[in-house]
Design a protein around this ligand. Structure first.
Ligand code: SF4
Length: 266
């Protein structure tokens, strides 16, 4: 007996202009993530099953099709689930562009989407300098994580996490597809000048795609998963702009994203 594939699903934004700058997209949020970033704003999506049939999610995409030119898979972590592949295929057959927001922990699934030409753009988190597993582990909220996407759950160390993320970025870069790398900045937690310059230097050293976009996102501490961050003062637009200038010393295409002004170039 073949069991129908289910999706651990968190919700849909039928028309979004925020998830893929320049495009109107239907955004599908997957439930579940192997990380626990203390600043996570989507923490209601981290735990618990919200299983729906694949056809239900296809229907959501189809309903938005007259109004959008793209689908964005977000979360949680979309690449954690097998279902992202048939959904990307479905969207592709409808003529939609496919974007994937990912924390980069699943390089094999990213490679599968690339090989099968089921993705047009990756948006990948670079939460901290990738050559600093200890700091990365802290920002990702894990000294280690359980790879729940695998049949036999395996514990992964911060070294393995950063290696997987670097591999996803390498795959996305080698694909020649559009690529956005993004860092969420939270005062007193991650994203001071020194950390941003280390991240930007890493990207500049490793990435061949000169069109790569690097975005600094304003974290909103009051919505954090971890309570002790909620009182941190939000980084103001001007402060983010200054950090953007630091990144600009290494990279051509730097942008900031704030609640006040949306997305803007540095
Ligand atoms: S911010 Fe971290 S914990 Fe939250 S969904 Fe993204 S990767 Fe997962």
């Amino acid at each position: 007996m073949v069991t129908a594939m289910k999706v651990n699903y968190a919700g849909t934004v039928p028309i979004s202009t925020l998830d893929w700058t320049g495009k109107a997209a239907v955004t599908i949020f997957f439930r579940g993530c192997p990380l626990r970033c203390p600043y996570c704003q989507n923490h209601p999506y981290l735990e618990g099953p919200g299983l729906v049939e694949l056809d239900f999610v296809k229907e959501q995409i189809k309903n938005s099709k007259p109004f959008v030119s793209a689908v964005v898979f977000s979360g949680g972590e979309p690449l954690m689930q097998d279902a992202v592949v048939p959904l990307a295929e479905f969207a592709r057959n409808l003529g939609l562009a496919v974007g994937v927001h990912t924390n980069g922990c699943y390089p094999e699934r990213a490679a599968e989407l690339v090989e099968r030409k089921l993705v047009d753009k990756f948006f990948i988190d670079v939460k901290a300098p990738l050559d600093d597993p200890e700091l990365y582990g802290k920002v990702a909220g894990r000294k280690e994580y359980t790879d729940a996407g695998k049949k036999t759950a395996a514990k992964k160390t911060p070294e393995e996490i950063t290696k997987a993320i670097a591999k996803t970025i390498e795959t996305a870069d080698a694909s020649g597809l559009e690529l956005e790398l993004r860092t969420t900045v939270v005062r007193g937690f991650i994203g001071n000048e020194e950390e941003i310059s280390r991240i930007a230097a890493w990207i500049s050293d490793r990435i061949k795609n000169r069109e790569v976009t690097y975005v600094l996102q304003q974290g909103i501490p009051e919505h954090s998963l971890q309570e002790n961050l909620r009182k941190n003062r939000v980084l103001e637009r001007g402060e983010l702009l200054e950090l953007g200038k630091v990144a600009k010393g290494f990279l051509e295409n730097v942008r900031i994203r704030t609640k006040e002004e949306g997305e803007e170039g540095v």
